[in-house]
Write a protein that binds this ligand. Structure first.
Ligand code: GLC
Ligand code: CA
Length: 571
């Protein structure tokens, strides 16, 4: 078997530095805090860490508003701490990739401060400045986070373009100096030794240079209302189509691909580095796998319901579109969505369900990305006051509801909370003390700690409980490692009773295949082996009623039952 690149074998684990562990008691997570928990991560069995932005930032967008690409946010530590983190990661045989925000900087970045200072400043063209038309913005584009995509700057009397917040002006990548400065930044971190980058919002880097007006025929507020009302799949697709039209000149232009190839070339000068792209579009793998190594299967993460048929459909589609030799990449949660159990969990079976979702992620073809805290079943926090919302998407929603739609503040808050990404960015729960071991009991954590850390949703208690979700994570990750066919075996979905998902992972020429059966339903299901196969060995099972008779070719799966085993052709 050809040795796979490390990032094909790896289980990734996403850390948000602000929310992982606070080492100095200011209520904000930091790099030293991460270092103190690397043994935990190693023991969990993950191979690589993706860290969301660690750069200095006004923090209006969770650090995705970078004010200096070459250093570390002071509240997280300094460059020495970063280097120590990296060497401690490496000494444990793990990898670290960092976030790289390409599309925009913070408006506090010195580049923008200069750019904005005068029409003739040498950095003026580093951002996208245009004259207005009759006191109106240059065109009718919207910002993804709400409102017009153009901000008027009274000082130089021009507008600048921002796809995201107005405090996140878009860089002008058509200016060769910008490209050079950003590539230099990448080299800077590669020289320090990071193992790659998660490239943020790669679809938004270039926008139509003619600034063609969009013709969606709808206002952003109209689209918001339409999306809110959309209940059926059809209605959601209609809303998505309008949204695509609305942003068509601002997203996924062909120009992006040339740039991705250039960035890939830079990274390829260093051995064993990886690029992960924040996009779901397969064409970013490149025509010849010469762009991004890993593209997220976001459609899986966005499934409204995680059912055998929705997963089957997702896999058929994705794998059909996957370019030759490209490697898939799956995730069920990140800092931009609600936590897994909030979206897919119900009732009191969180442990069993969390285990089932993990088993799925670890046995589907592709590199899995886990989100910190999901291994102990962390849930979204509830927020009861608009003052405690940081996320601009939610704040825009709130303002729209109150100011434009005339809704009550209570209703507005409800809607804002659906959108608020703060909910899932909550501090990690290490133990059951006040503040959950994230920060000292007397400190004020930057976001509230979920009270369920008092009730078993914490690392400390789950470590001691052999039946815990955490220990299932440890075990399942190890099983994946010990059974490489689960990583590189061919994938074949097979027939299964309603409510179950069943598939093979098999290496051609091998006597045994891996059979994976997941009962995703609320009732017990019986799975019967395909004709002419027999069981050989159970590798892992949970919520299974064992047959007394070893020869049996059926598996009884209780709700959320998991079966992973070896089977072979019977003679
Ligand atoms: C990406 C990040 C998101 C951020 C946005 C703007 O989508 O995942 O959190 O708000 O980029 O940088
Ligand atoms: Ca701190």
């Amino acid at each position: 078997m050809k040795k796979l690149e490390w990032w094909k074998r790896a289980v990734f684990y996403q850390i948000c530095p602000r929310s992982f562990a606070d080492s100095n008691g200011d209520g904000i997570g930091d790099l030293k805090g991460i270092i103190q928990h690397l043994d935990y991560l190693q023991d969990l069995g993950i191979d690589a860490v993706w860290m969301t932005p660690h750069y200095p930032s006004p923090f209006l967008d969770f650090g995705y508003d970078v004010s200096d690409y070459l250093s570390v946010a002071p509240e997280y530590g300094n460059l020495e701490d970063f280097k120590r983190l990296l060497s401690e990661v490496h000494s444990r045989g793990l990898y670290l990739i960092i976030d790289f925000v390409l599309n925009h900087t913070s408006d506090k970045h010195s580049w923008f401060v200069e750019s904005r200072s005068s029409l003739i400043n040498p950095k003026r063209d580093w951002y996208i400045w245009r004259n207005g038309r009759n006191n109106e913005p240059p065109n009718n584009w919207y910002s993804w986070f709400g409102g017009p995509a153009w901000e008027f700057d009274p000082f130089t009397r021009q507008y600048y373009y921002h796809f995201f917040m107005k405090q996140q002006p878009d860089l002008n990548w058509r200016n060769p100096e910008v490209k050079q400065a950003m590539i230099d930044t990448m080299r800077y971190w590669l020289e320090i030794g990071v193992d790659g980058f998660r490239l943020d919002a790669i679809g938004m880097v270039y926008e139509d240079s003619k600034l063609t007006n969009q013709e969606s025929g709808m206002s952003q507020l109209g689209l918001y209302q339409l999306s809110r009302r959309a209940k059926t799949g059809h209605q959601r697709r209609v809303a998505a189509r309008i949204s695509n039209k609305m942003f068509r000149y601002q997203m996924d232009l062909p120009d992006n691909h040339g740039l991705m190839r250039e960035l890939r070339n830079v990274v390829d000068e260093y051995p064993n580095k990886v690029l992960v792209g924040e996009t779901e579009l397969m064409n970013y793998y490149g025509l010849d796998n010469d762009e991004i190594h890993l593209i997220f299967n976001f459609p899986l993460m966005r499934l409204i319901k995680l059912t055998p048929s929705s997963i089957r459909q997702n896999q058929y589609r994705r794998l059909k579109q996957l370019p030759n030799d490209a490697w898939p990449c799956n995730t069920l949660g990140n800092h931009d969505t609600s936590r897994i159990l909030n979206r897919y969990g119900y009732g009191n079976n969180h442990c069993a369900m969390g285990r089932l979702f993990l088993a799925l992620l670890l046995t589907l073809p592709g590199t899995p990305f886990l989100y910190y805290g999901e291994e102990i079943g962390m849930m979204d926090i509830s927020i009861d006051n608009v003052k405690n919302i940081f996320d601009e998407i939610a704040l825009w929603t709130y303002r729209m509801e109150v100011e434009e739609l005339g809704n009550s503040e209570g209703e507005a808050l409800k809607s804002a909370l659906i959108a608020a990404r703060d909910k899932s960015r909550n501090p990690m729960q290490w133990d059951n003390s006040i503040n959950g071991g994230f920060c000292p009991p007397h400190a004020k954590p930057w976001l509230p700690i979920h009270p369920n850390h008092f009730n078993g949703v914490n690392v400390d208690e789950q470590t001691k409980d052999p039946q815990s979700l955490l220990n299932s994570y440890r075990l399942l990750i190890r099983i994946r490692k010990k059974n490489p066919a689960l990583i590189n075996g061919d994938f074949r979905i097979i027939k299964s009773p309603k409510g179950c998902l069943a598939f093979f992972r098999e290496v051609p020429g091998k006597k045994y295949k891996y059979l994976i059966v997941l009962n995703m339903g609320k009732i017990t299901n019986t799975y019967k082996l395909p004709h002419s196969y027999e069981m050989n060995e159970t590798i892992y099972s949970a919520n299974i009623k064992e047959e007394r008779n070893k020869e049996s070719d059926v598996i009884h799966l209780a709700p959320y039952g998991i079966y992973i085993g070896l089977i072979r052709r019977s003679r």
